[in-house]
Ligand binder design. Structure first.
Ligand code: FES
Length: 126
């Protein structure tokens, strides 16, 4: 059911865990399946210097988180916001139709973390 890429990212996820010095966090959940995905970012000068994730969910959600974090590491926050779930699916060499929402969670968590960063920056500057 899953591609080799999905299995590889599920069995050996990249960037898993908590990022202690994170300055942005994005938490999203899917009410239907009950899965939760949390992304931690450390951003400096609008560049994502470090990233980690904690995912309490299915194999596709873990693989999507792993892939998404790899794809945004070292990118600007605007580039990270441009990352769409279709890009994650392509990088994972496909997901079964009933698992598309797992990649959407990863996209949403990154967008939420960037929002959190912008909110914190604004608070600092106010
Ligand atoms: Fe819900 Fe995968 S089944 S995130």
């Amino acid at each position: 059911m899953y591609s080799d890429k999905v299995m590889e990212n599920f069995a050996h996820p990249k960037n898993a865990g908590v990022l202690e010095n994170a300055n942005a966090v994005g938490l999203v959940g899917n009410a239907a399946c009950g899965d939760i995905l949390k992304i931690y970012l450390y951003i400096e000068d609008d560049i994502i210097k470090d990233v980690r994730f904690e995912t309490f969910g299915c194999a596709a959600a873990i693989a999507s988180s792993s892939m998404a974090t790899e794809m945004v590491k070292g990118k600007t926050i605007d580039e990270a916001l441009a990352l769409k779930n279709e890009d994650i699916i392509t990088a994972l060499e496909g997901l079964p139709p009933q698992k598309i929402h797992c990649s959407v969670l990863a996209e949403e968590a990154i967008a939420k973390a960037v929002d959190d960063y912008r909110r914190r920056q604004k608070e600092k500057n106010d």
